[in-house]
Design a protein around this ligand. Structure first.
Ligand code: SF4
Length: 198
């Protein structure tokens, strides 16, 4: 029943044209979900490479995210295990310094409809400031302070920096993230997805 409801909702989402007039490449909502998913990844919005293929995290950022989680592509792209729902489901276009923010109308329209149909999600990765602003109560101002305070919301929500190559300097300056937070997430994910390390 929940599966059918989710399939119907995903079909509606994939036909969404709510903000099409603002999208330079037109609507192409990118979302992955099944009612059995145990991990949710809420990112920002697709880049052009993801828009072209329709595959979420199909870019260097996704490669780093998969490396952090020690997940192969087959597992990462298995909706029965992992749901992926960015703050903006379509590519928003380019601004002066990189891609524009996710379309503000997108998450309020779709996220509240998706959540009740994913009852098994126990951990949600909040990748970047837009996801953190939407989902974290009483969060500190900056992304670094927010990620530093991750234990406050774990394991339900984990604030993370974006794994983009543009953030390599941030990762160098904040080695505690890969030393403490990443292993915590990885252990949780492997345990709950039933992945055994050989
Ligand atoms: S960004 Fe969101 S609201 Fe806008 S067309 Fe895409 S799915 Fe619809």
């Amino acid at each position: 029943m929940a599966t059918q409801q989710l399939d119907n909702l995903l079909d509606q989402i994939r036909h969404c044209e709510t903000c099409k007039d603002h999208l330079p490449l037109g609507p192409r909502p990118v979302i992955q979900a099944a009612s059995t998913a145990k991990l949710m990844i809420v990112g920002q919005a697709p880049g052009t490479r993801v828009h072209e293929t329709g595959i979420p995290w199909n870019d260097p950022s996704g490669n780093r995210l998969r490396a952090w989680l020690e997940l192969d592509r087959d597992t990462f792209y298995d909706p029965a295990q992992i749901a992926i729902m960015p703050m903006g489901l379509c590519y928003p276009g380019k601004g002066k310094s990189g891609d524009l923010p996710p379309r503000a109308e997108c998450a309020p329209q779709w996220h509240p409809q998706v959540w009740p149909l994913l009852p098994n999600v126990g951990m949600t990765l909040l990748v970047g400031q837009y996801a953190q602003q939407r989902y974290l109560q009483n969060k500190p101002k900056t992304l670094t302070e927010t990620v530093k305070a991750w234990r406050q919301w774990a394991p339900e929500f984990i604030p993370m920096p974006h794994p983009s190559p543009r953030n390599t300097l941030w990762l160098k300056k904040n080695p505690w993230f890969e030393a403490e937070v990443v292993p915590y997430i990885r252990d949780y994910v492997h345990q709950h997805l039933g992945i055994s390390r050989s």
